[in-house]
Design a binder for this molecule. Structure first.
Ligand code: ANZ
Ligand code: ZN
Length: 825
């Protein structure tokens, strides 16, 4: 039919692509022409929202562009399928998480097909399928053997009323999301990946990545490398070792602080208070042991974040003193929760004169302040963190901060009181979850053999069914007694399975490797297959994954490469982060009722309007507000293109419109060449889809005018087929339909158009020629003429020569596309 009917058009081309298997690529594709393009896989919960639409529309535009530039493009899809929402749904409804997950996957797949995203569906994976997580477990075992997966005690959120472990998301304002009870921290044996061993490489290798600067910055901050020193302070018990980034302030250390969990606390605590002890230091307790015990109990209720962010400084004196190695001063040792056990050594030297946290604590407890850096003139703040000459610091006096650091570190080393040290904020990756809907950890516990890995040939350890999904003191898997009870792979005696499951970040940190070889039943992947595609040429996703997902993936790739399983060191060569779609500036959310459903938009306007609109909203790396009139505008553009196409395709007249004109014909051909160059530029290493689409709208407008005024049919058909050809990445169905009507060919099989350079070269602009700011003449020059050419042309004109007369030319200013001004004097 000649009516624009997107639904029919969408279905027609989707059927062709499906039947022709147009987007499948083989692992035998020539290695020098392969490209791996990937959008982050969706987390399956409910159905896709417009954020997904934008993510995959961006990726698909690049995929189509690269294919037509002669690349074999790997563009797969999968589902991040384990995790909390499906499990919470199961707790509420009793419905198995597998059912709700599979429903959600079906909804996502159906939408992706309706959007016409060009996916190689033969490579589809889902992380909750045993064929996939078998290899997640295999990866765990490789890391375990290499000493990179280990077990130790760590805190979990614990609700004492529900007697259950809570995920961080379930703790709201320090309280249990379900019953409002104050959440405690409980120590459990848990599994970790040793990502900190890779901290330096994870930092250094950022330099070689084509990633947005702000994402690199977030990764650097997360890794948080700090250079400083450890300093040892003698006590009556063992010495206390502190980490400091400011060893230059050592003369100003007026007390020490240990984290409440610090293992030395018990050994240090004095039997009784000193005679004249300050009452603020004792907190009303009759002995130091009693004070410390009470303080520790209170600290156990707080999360690390609360402890870090709290303005109010609390603490208690241990009754013990330590000796400052640099001046022999006896300084009191406190326990306070603003010092965290997991960072540095879990102990600090406090320098209130230079550190605001210490200043606040010192003010609260009446501790002395000794400034060790001379504050800048006019400084009237509390702690001074700036540079300046050292004061009150013996042999350091007069030195600047950097110099003083170097000097004191040498002194500490020479005298055996400390050493230069580097510390990281990055912690090892805690991967144990006391949850049901996750990948089982392939470990058994045997009374005689201890911690025993499940042999690789016994994988997968399948997730069993349970009746009750709600977590208790341990994972719900503990209730699957027949599953838990097993035999030891080493001694064949009775053993018990690990009942925690893995953090879902483990599942999603290697899925892109599996896409390279998704049906391999002998191995997680074939090294050659991975070598063919990896590293990913372009990764696309939300900035909310800029830290953990990317860092974990990078770590895993490095670890697996070190173990000989991978030929690459980095997974994502280039990264693009798309901006969020908002409504009237607000984030879309179900609770606000301001969401836009891709399903509704597509029902109404077809897939291409939806796809094209999210790319047209603005630069795709930036946020943009959804506008219903904007959607309408894109729809009208596609409809016009279709109508002109049917008009031109439906006639064999040599001329369309009133009267032909060779100049008009040439102008339209120039415009076509311009549009080809513009769209190509906007897509080459850029993501300027919005301006590319605008160029195609402009070209369509010119076609519209030409059709009215009169144009050769051949030129009109060329203009429209080129528009369709350039539109394929954004609106593949309409583009395929229009191109086919005009040429009988499949546009996705055509090479990307090249502009006629001749037409581009002869494109000219008119410039005003001024002498001392006054227009004297006009010149016509090629649009891309250099300043040098413009200058010489202008100076050669009779009118300009006359205006300059015998004055001398001081300067020539060229404003490209507008004017040239000759300054004489
Ligand atoms: C003395 C000092 C003087 C410090 C001064 C700072 C300024 P970044 O830069 O974040 O690495 N610190 C060390 N371990 C800590 C822990 N476990 N919990 C809380 N604070 C800790 O911070 C390093 C600084 O944070 C260290 O240097 C230490 O305080 C503190 F003018 O030592 B500083
Ligand atoms: Zn055993």
């Amino acid at each position: 039919g000649d009516d624009f009917d997107p639904k029919t058009i969408d279905e027609r081309w989707q059927r062709v692509w499906r039947e022709e298997r147009s987007w499948e690529v083989s692992n035998t594709a020539p290695a020098e022409r392969t490209a791996y393009l990937l959008e982050m896989l969706p987390y399956t919960s409910g159905e896709p929202h417009v954020g997904h639409l934008k993510n995959y529309a961006v990726g698909d535009a690049v995929a189509h562009f690269l294919r037509r530039r002669g690349y074999y493009v790997l563009h797969p899809m999968g589902y991040d399928a384990f995790g909390l929402p499906a499990e919470n749904h199961a707790i509420r409804t009793g419905k198995h998480p597998r059912l709700s997950t599979d429903e959600s996957i079906a909804a996502f797949r159906e939408q992706f097909e309706r959007w016409g995203i060009s996916i190689d569906w033969t490579r589809e994976i889902a992380t909750h399928q045993p064929e996939y997580y078998r290899w997640t477990q295999w990866i765990f075992l490789q890391l375990f053997r290499a000493g990179l997966a280990y077990r130790r005690e760590a805190a979990v959120n614990w609700c004492p009323k529900d007697a259950t472990v809570l995920a961080n998301e379930q703790v709201v304002g320090g309280q249990c999301e379900r019953c409002g009870t104050l959440v405690e921290q409980r120590q459990l044996e848990q599994w970790f990946f040793g990502i900190t061993a890779y901290a330096d490489r994870l930092l250094d290798d950022l330099d070689g990545l084509d990633w947005p600067a702000h994402v690199k910055m977030m990764q650097r901050n997360w890794i948080g490398r700090s250079e400083g020193a450890t300093v040892r302070f003698a006590t009556d018990a063992e010495p206390i070792e502190v980490f400091t980034t400011r060893p230059d302030t050592l003369f100003g250390a007026t007390y020490l602080v240990l984290a409440p969990e610090h293992p030395l606390v018990d050994a240090l605590v004095a039997d009784s208070w000193p005679a004249d002890v300050d009452s603020r230091w004792t907190q009303g307790a009759s002995t130091p042991a009693e004070a410390v015990a009470a303080y520790r109990a209170a600290a156990a209720l707080k999360t690390e974040l609360d402890r870090q962010e709290s303005k109010e400084k609390t603490g208690v004196f241990t009754g013990a003193y330590a000796t400052n190695p640099v001046n022999g001063a006896k300084i009191p040792v406190f326990v306070a929760d603003y010092v965290l056990m997991g960072y540095g050594t879990g102990a600090i030297m406090a320098v209130p004169g230079q550190d605001q946290r210490d200043w606040d604590f010192a003010a609260e407890f009446g501790l002395p302040v000794i400034r060790t850096v001379q504050p800048a003139e006019g400084f009237d703040g509390e702690a001074y963190t700036g540079d300046g000459p050292a004061v009150n610091s013996g042999f350091l006096d007069g030195l600047g901060v950097d110099e003083a650091k170097r000097t004191i570190i040498s002194w500490l080393e020479e005298n055996g009181h400390g050493a230069p040290t580097v510390t990281y904020k990055l912690r090892d990756w805690l991967l144990s979850r006391q949850r049901y809907w996750g990948c089982p950890i392939p470990i058994v516990y045997c009374d005689s053999c201890g911690v025993v890995p499940v042999p690789e040939e016994s994988l997968p350890v399948e997730l069993p069914d349970v009746r009750d999904y709600a977590p208790k003191g341990s994972s719900p898997l503990a209730t699957a007694e027949e599953w838990v009870a097993t035999t030891c792979p080493e001694c064949s005696g009775p053993a018990r399975r690990e009942t925690d499951t893995m953090d879902t970040f483990v599942d999603s940190s290697w899925y892109y490797l599996r896409y390279c070889d998704p049906r391999n039943t002998e191995a997680a992947w074939d090294a050659q297959a991975v070598g063919r595609w990896m590293p990913i040429n372009q990764y696309i996703g939300g900035v909310e994954h800029a830290i953990l997902h990317l860092l974990y993936s990078r770590f895993l790739v490095k670890a697996l490469a070190d173990l000989g399983h991978l030929p690459v060191q980095e997974p994502f060569g280039a990264l693009f982060t798309q901006g969020m779609i908002t409504r009237n500036g607000a984030k879309m959310s179900k609770s606000k009722g301001n969401t836009v459903s891709p399903r509704e938009i597509i029902d109404r306007y077809g897939a291409d309007t939806a796809r094209c609109y999210v790319l047209f909203m603005g630069p795709p790396d930036q946020g943009a507000d959804w506008s219903d009139t904007g959607v309408e505008g894109v729809y009208r553009f596609l409809r016009r293109l279709f109508r002109f196409t049917t008009q031109v395709a439906g006639t064999d007249a040599a001329v369309i419109g009133a009267s032909p004109d060779p100049d008009r014909d040439l102008a339209l051909r120039r415009k076509i060449a311009w549009a080809i160059r513009k769209v190509t530029d906007d897509m080459s290493g850029k993501f300027a889809f919005n301006t590319a689409i605008a160029a195609l709208m402009e070209l369509t407008n010119d076609v519209s005018k030409a059709l009215q005024d009169g144009i050769d049919r051949e030129t009109a058909a060329f203009a429209l087929s080129t528009t369709a050809s350039l539109l394929l990445p954004f609106a593949p169905h309409t583009a395929s339909e229009c191109y086919h009507r005009l040429t009988g060919e499949h546009v996705w099989k055509q090479p990307w158009p090249e502009p006629d350079e001749e037409l581009l070269r002869t494109e000219t602009v008119e410039l005003a020629c001024q002498v001392n700011g006054k227009v004297r003449a006009r010149i016509t020059v090629p649009q891309d003429a250099s300043d040098e050419v413009v200058r010489e042309t202008a100076l050669g004109l009779d009118e300009i020569r006359a205006a300059v007369g015998d004055r001398s030319v001081k300067r020539v200013v060229v404003v490209p596309g507008r004017l040239v001004n000759i300054v004489v004097g």
